[in-house]
Design a protein around this ligand. Sequence first.
Ligand code: C5P
Length: 303
Amino acid sequence: MTGTIRVRAPGKVNLALSVGPLRADGYHDLATVFHAVSLYDEIEVAEGAGLQVMVSGEGADLVEPGPANLAHRALALLAERAEIRPDVHATLVKAIPVAAGMAGGSADAAAALAAGAALWRTRAEIDLTSLAADLGSDVPFALRGGTAVGTGRGERLTPVLCRGEFHWVLALSRTTLSTPAVYAELDRLRGDRGEEPPPPVVPDDLMQALRDGDARALGRALSNDLQEAAISLRPELSRVLEAGTDLGALGALVSGSGPTCAFLARDADHALDIAAALTATPEIRSVRCARGPVPGARVVTSG
Ligand code: C5P
């Protein structure tokens, strides 16, 4: 019998997020560049009677408990596919902000899949990536990590050549945003303007900046179609973005559907300077420094 397994999975920022029209299934076609950053949720699993997931850490009170929890759903789905009883007790320790555009719930699902597979030693034929896509659009990326282009609803991944390391400052908001609400706001804004969104594309200058490891060029190329919608719902985000830009960030954008804002720094020291100065901004709850890209869900201890 295996003892305790601990897995960590990273949060992400979208370096580009190009959103196409609303599809008949309620999703939007995307072309996005996911970038995993060094802010991790951890899950610890051990065999136990029945399926139980406890949540602690950053924003734990905002996390859906019980069978609706994404880690819970991931463990139940894996056990079903492996045709075993889901007798597992899990503890999630959150550091990725909840409902904040950094795919924390997706990281929890990815971590739970990796932890369950290690605990139960599931057969290699069980494809965790396809289970991940069933759990959410961003879950396959949280399993894989690194930097990757996402298409479809975000679940179809192609790795991106990315040289070197980038240093980020993440400004955590006092409020949360619901992803479906932000997509709906974008559709509303586009509808009001009578705009037909073009097919989503990943910008060439961004891909070139990543290949070159050129932080300045990357800063200029960052883009997010959801930013306008997030700001429409949370106007104070403009002030947060402006504060980071005034402090010399090479680039600033809303992370995913927000409200977390991400700032690209020249190097680790510059990130620390920006982070320290940003703490004075009243709209910001707290600030984190992170680097990317980092790997996806990984076992950190077992035994
Ligand atoms: O796939 P996931 O469950 O994470 O998506 C949450 C919600 O975000 C969807 O129900 C949908 O409203 C929105 N979404 C979207 N288009 C995508 C991804 C998510 O409209 N490509």
